[in-house]
Each structure stands twice: as C-alpha cells, then as structure tokens.
Ligand binder design. Sequence first.
Ligand code: CU
Length: 181
Amino acid sequence: MNFKFMKQSIAAAVVAASIPAVATAALAAGTHGGGEDVGKPGTASDATRTIEVTMYDNYYEPETLDVKEGETVRFVIKNDGDLVHEFNIGTAKGHMAHQGEMMMMVEHGVLEADWINWDAAKKMQASMGHGAHDDPNSALLEPGQTGEIVWTFPEHATLEFACNVPGHYDAGMMGEINLTH
Ligand SMILES: [Cu+2]
C-alpha cells in the first residue's frame, strides 16, 4: 500500500469537497442520525450475541448485517487493512453529515491515512466542540486495532454501517443493516 499516494488522495478529496447544507445543519444540531431514531448505546450484559466485523481497504466482512428490531448486539470490530477505517451505525443522511465532520478532521491534521493524531483531535475538540470522535455508535480504528460497540437497535429504521473516512464510503465501504422481526 502506497501511503503517500493515499494521503495525496485524501488531501485532494478535501479540496474538492464542499460540505452539503444538510451536513452542516446536522452538525449544528449535534446529531449524526438526521433526526431519525438510529438506536442507542447498549449494555454488554443485554447483548443477545456478538458479531465480528473485519475492515479491509475499503470494504467490510460481512458485507451486510441482519439484526432483529430492538435487539442489542455486541460488535467486535477489527481493522485488518493498511488504512484507518471506521465502523459507524447510522442512516445514509447521518453518514453524509459525519463525512463532513471527518473531512474537517483531515483538515485539522487529526485523520491521517494510516494513523490518528489524538493530540490534534484534543485541540480540535477544544476549539470546535468536536473532533474527538468518541461517539458511541462508531469505532475509528488504526490498522491492526480492534474496537467494540454495544448497540441497541430501534424498532423501525433504515440503517447502514459505514466508514466515513473521506473517500471510503464512495469507494463502497458501507453495508445495509436489515432490521427483521
Ligand atoms: Cu474506511
């Protein structure tokens, strides 16, 4: 993997991108869900099962997820790629908003292609009120790292899991979450 090239790609994506109005509105409201009920953080002891998700450059295994309405699931997420990746549960609209936020993380030197500058993240959090990337619906992982999310799904929602690192969603790094009875 050519990191130099990836960094240039991300920088180019940042320059080329303009953050949609909907993204700005969602950021201002402090929500990633776009107003829709996306579920809430769960407790590990309530989890009915553990689903292992592996992240590669730039796709997930498995490609889609089947979850029961209202189910609490423990996700163990492993980044087996050479790049930073995210596993984020939300609506398509929410992901779009989050992509704008992560673009700003690139601009502030928080998000590099293959590592995360948490010192820069702290500075961004202090000056802008976001950037620490500590949302409970997301795991942002460097290559080789493993993370965990416990999530209680809502009764009705159209949800996706996605990587909002600039360029990755558009490269196909997203999958449907099928909510079943
Ligand atoms: Cu990714």
